[in-house]
Design a protein around this ligand. Structure first.
Ligand code: NAP
Length: 117
């Protein structure tokens, strides 16, 4: 949908090769430019780095599509705690931070000071 409207895309995930391949496909099919950002949302410092990279490239995000996530299956008591906490970080904390702190303020109003607001 975004490609059909000639939006510029920022693609974020851990697998750089898969992202680049997707960016190449989208360019071939729709002639849209994509910025590829390799990042692990399981790491708490990642969002700040993404924000800084976008800002230094002069990119403003208008629409955020959050699909990154995973589901660890099995009995709660049997799953490794580290994996469970990573799931909370990727599926919940990174999602909340990215909306509330990194992107949403700029979508609502022009930014004055972003990080740490
Ligand atoms: N598919 C369903 O039927 C379904 C149903 C209900 C809920 N869900 C939930 O919806 C979400 C997406 O599901 P999906 O089926 O689209 O999964 P998917 O095909 O595995 O896609 C998940 C995407 O998230 C990225 N990702 C995963 N961990 C990441 C991390 N730590 N940092 C950055 N990117 C990360 C993956 O790329 P990399 O591996 O390259 O990082 C991949 O592009 C999951 O949370 C899933 O539990 C899915």
């Amino acid at each position: 949908m975004f490609c059909r409207r000639w939006c510029q895309l920022v693609l974020v995930a851990r697998n750089a090769q898969a992202l680049q391949s997707l960016a190449d496909d989208l360019h071939e099919k729709y002639k849209v430019a994509s910025h590829v950002l390799t990042a692990d949302l399981g790491r708490p410092e990642t969002l700040k780095r993404i924000f800084n990279q976008l800002q230094s490239s002069g990119i403003t995000i208008d629409v955020l599509v959050n699909n990154a996530g995973f589901g660890a299956r099995g009995p709660f008591v049997a799953l490794p705690l580290k994996r469970q906490l990573e799931m909370v970080q990727v599926n919940i904390t990174a999602l909340t931070q990215s909306h509330r702190i990194v992107f949403l303020p700029g979508m609502i109003a022009p930014p004055k000071k972003w990080w740490g607001a």
